[in-house]
Design a protein around this ligand. Structure first.
Ligand SMILES: [Zn+2]
Length: 346
């Protein structure tokens, strides 16, 4: 076999290309290079909000109005992500410093996922909640607990939003549209559906709930101003100063004022309404408002007791039911035997 003898030049080191692009030096290129360096330096010197410790950023955003936090979150993707990831903390700060009265007056209905899975069956076995009011859509029983307390809480939240829609009419003295009993005009159905969508979303987004409080507080301010001008309204009033308005907090609603005695069950009630603030009572002896706690557990227990009683009447024969919960999709086993039922659903 013949091997090729290496040639002399094959012992040499591999060639390295040391050529470079020719640098074009001209007035224009020098100017552009300086400009690039200036930009680079400015970019390095520029500090972003997110360069601060996250606690500090949350603290800063917690002093802003909810609508401003939403506006800020549109500045860049990184700010948006930060707001999303820290929404609960930011909203906690905002609501805690600005809307504590509203937070305590407007309790939240529980989402079905927050209710014990066995209780789903009790709730879903109940009759679907009816649309009692023209200006409020009934809550979705597939999404929310529909015990009496949670329905009431839902109605209250929806009222906050509906009241804000009509502030221009009320300020300008334009009459609110009247809907005859049994009539369901399309515009109203669209409006209450929109309100329901806002509130449902707000139950998952504390910052959006803060924005609902913000708008409602603005409506209350307009409403109190309006009633001051209304010589025909001899009712007891809330005291509100220019500083209170400027502060954009609900602290002034903590002062003594007219208690809320009834729900504005029809929009006609908006004409004389200053501030609908349910779930609290003024205790003169202690000169302070006392806020009601949630009655959800008590209501749910009542529904369970009623469900057990109904089932005892309907299913005296012992058998095992497998039921798919419409709320969470889980398969539940319920002993239909009347004697076993209390254990299963209580
Ligand atoms: Zn409930």
């Amino acid at each position: 076999m013949h091997f090729h003898e290496p040639a002399e030049d094959e012992d040499l080191q591999p060639l390295v290309n040391l050529t470079e692009n020719l640098q074009i030096i001209s007035k224009r290129s020098t100017r552009e290079e300086k400009k690039r360096q200036r930009k680079e330096k400015a970019r390095k010197n520029r500090l972003s909000l997110l360069d601060l410790p996250s606690e500090l950023v949350v603290d800063i955003l917690g002093h802003m109005l909810p609508r401003d936090v939403f506006v800020l979150s549109r500045v860049s993707q990184s700010v948006r992500r930060f707001v999303q990831e820290n929404e609960e903390r930011i909203a906690g700060e905002v609501i805690g410093s600005r809307y504590m009265v509203l937070k305590r007056c407007f309790q939240l209905p529980l989402r079905l996922e927050q209710v014990d899975v066995v209780d789903h069956l009790v709730l879903l076995g109940e009759e679907k909640p009816k649309n009692w009011y023209q200006h409020i859509a009934a809550p979705d029983s597939q999404e929310l607990c529909c015990c009496r307390t949670c329905i009431m809480n839902w109605n209250n939240l929806c009222l906050m939003v509906d009241f804000t829609y009509w502030q221009d009419n009320l300020d300008n003295g334009d009459p609110l549209p009247v809907i005859q009993r049994g009539q369901y005009p399309e515009w109203n159905q669209e409006l209450i559906t929109k309100t329901a969508a806002i509130i449902l979303k707000a139950l998952y987004s504390p910052l959006l709930l803060g924005a609902v409080f913000e708008k409602y507080l603005q409506s209350i301010v307009r409403s109190i101003r309006r009633q001051r001008e209304n010589k025909g309204n001899k009712r007891r009033r809330f005291r509100m100063t220019d500083e209170d308005v400027f502060a954009e907090t609900d602290v002034f609603l903590e002062r003594s004022g007219p208690p809320t005695m009834e729900i504005p069950f029809i929009r006609d009630r908006y004409y004389l309404l200053e501030a609908y603030l349910p779930n609290r009572a003024w205790i003169g002896e202690h000169s302070k408002w006392v806020y009601a706690g949630s009655m959800h557990s008590w209501d749910l227990q009542r529904l369970k007791t009623e469900a057990v009683a109904r089932r005892k009447q309907k299913a005296p024969v012992s058998c095992k039911d497998l039921v798919i919960c419409q709320g969470c999709g889980k398969t539940l086993s319920i002993e239909a035997d009347a004697s076993a039922l209390p254990d299963a659903i209580s």
